[in-house]
Design a protein around this ligand. Structure first.
Ligand code: AMP
Length: 284
C-alpha cells in the first residue's frame, strides 16, 4: 500500500502519537531520499523490530557546506514512495525545509568529540547539521527504534552519542553496508558517476580489501595498512580526502592494531568532483 505522506510537523506528531497510543512499536528510518537497497535494508530490518515503520525523506540543508551539492542532490519522490511501499513503510515524512527550519529557528545540536576528525574536519558544520536534524526527527516521532547505516560510520557514532547524551531513549541500530555486486558501497551519490568514474570508484573497496588482506597476513602497523589503501586510490586516479585507521568507538587514530581492539578503516576520496566514503572493520 502507498505510504501516508506527511508534510508538516503537526500532522507527523499526531500520526506518531496515534501509533504509540495504540500500543504499537514504531521504527524510524531517516533518509535524504533517492532510495536504494541500502535504505531498503534499514526499512526491512525496522519491520522486524517494530510494528510500524516510518521513514523521512529530507535533503537537510544544514548538513551541506556552501560549496557542496545541496542544489543538485538527486531526487525522485515518486520512485522513493514506491520503494517505501514495497518495503512496508507506513508513513513518510517529506517536509519542505521551511517546515523543519522555520523563521526564528536557532537551536543546534553539537556532538563535540566523535564529530571532530575525518568527515567532520573536512566538512565543517556537517555533523552539526546531521545531529540537529536527527535530534529533531527523534523528538518528533519518538520512535522506539531508529535505524542507520554503517556506510556512514562516523555519522552513526555521532547519532549514538547524541541519543545517549540527551537521554532520548531510542534504540539506535547500526546496519551493515549494502554493496553492488562488484563491491561498490551503494550511495545516492553514485548517480553522479560517469561510466569511467564508476570503474574508478571500485578503488575504495579494493583498497580496503588490500588492507584487510595484509592484516590477515599479520601486518599490524597502521601506516602500512593505510598505504595499501592509498596505493589503490592513486593507481585508479582518485584524489584522497582521508584514509584513517581508528578506534571503532572513539574514532581516535591508532598507530598499531592491538589484539581484541575493534578498529575501523575509514576512507574518503574524490572521483572527479564526486566525493565517496566507505569503511570496514579491521581486526577486533
Ligand atoms: P542518506 O539518504 O544517504 O542520508 O542515508 C540514509 C540512511 O541510509 C543512513 O543511515 C545511511 O547510513 C544509510 N545508508 C546509506 N547507504 C547505505 C548502504 N549502502 N548500506 C546500508 N545503509 C546505507
Amino acid at each position: 500500500m502507498a505510504p501516508l505522506v506527511l508534510r508538516t510537523v503537526a500532522e507527523t506528531a499526531a500520526w506518531a502519537e496515534s501509533i504509540r497510543r495504540s500500543g504499537r512499536r514504531l521504527a524510524l528510518v531517516p533518509t535524504m531520499g533517492y532510495l536504494h537497497d541500502g535504505h531498503v535494508s534499514l526499512m526491512r530490518e525496522g519491520r522486524g523490530r517494530a510494528d510500524v515503520v516510518a521513514a523521512s525523506i529530507f535533503v537537510n540543508p544544514t548538513q551541506f557546506g556552501p560549496t557542496e551539492d545541496l542544489s543538485r542532490y538527486p531526487r525522485d519522490m515518486e520512485g522513493d514512495l514506491a520503494k517505501c511501499a514495497s518495503a512496508g513503510v507506513e508513513a513518510v515524512f517529506a517536509p519542505e525545509p521551511s517546515e523543519v527550519y522555520p523563521p526564528g529557528f536557532q537551536t543546534y545540536v553539537e556532538v563535540t568529540q566523535v564529530s571532530q576528525g575525518q568527515c567532520g574536519a573536512r566538512r565543517p558544520g556537517h555533523f552539526k547539521g546531521v545531529a540537529t536534524v536527527v535530534t529533531k526527527l527523534l523528538c518528533l516521532f519518538k520512535p522506539h527504534v531508529a535505524l542507520f547505516g554503517e556506510k556512514d560510520y562516523q555519522q552513526l557514532q555521532v547519532i549514538r552519542a547524541l541519543e545517549r547524551d540527551l537521554n532520548l531513549g531510542v534504540e539506535i541500530i547500526g546496519m551493515p553496508t549494502i554493496r553492488e555486486a562488484d563491491g561498490l558501497a551503494m550511495s545516492s551519490r553514485n548517480a553522479y558517476l560517469s561510466p569511467e568514474g564508476r570503474k574508478q570508484a571500485l578503488a575504495l573497496s579494493r583498497g580496503m580489501a588490500a588492507a584487510q588482506a595484509l592484516y590477515r597476513q599479520g601486518t599490524r602497523e597502521v601506516p602500512v595498512l593505510v598505504s595499501a589503501v592509498r596505493r589503490e586510490l592513486e593507481a585508479a586516479g582518485l584524489r584522497e580526502d582521508y584514509v584513517e585507521l581508528v578506534d571503532a568507538t572513539s574514532l581516535s587514530p591508532l598507530s598499531t592494531v592491538s589484539p581484541g581492539q575493534p578498529a575501523r578503516l575509514l576512507v574518503a576520496a574524490f572521483v572527479g568532483t564526486t566525493r565517496l566514503i566507505d569503511n570496514q572493520p579491521i581486526g577486533g
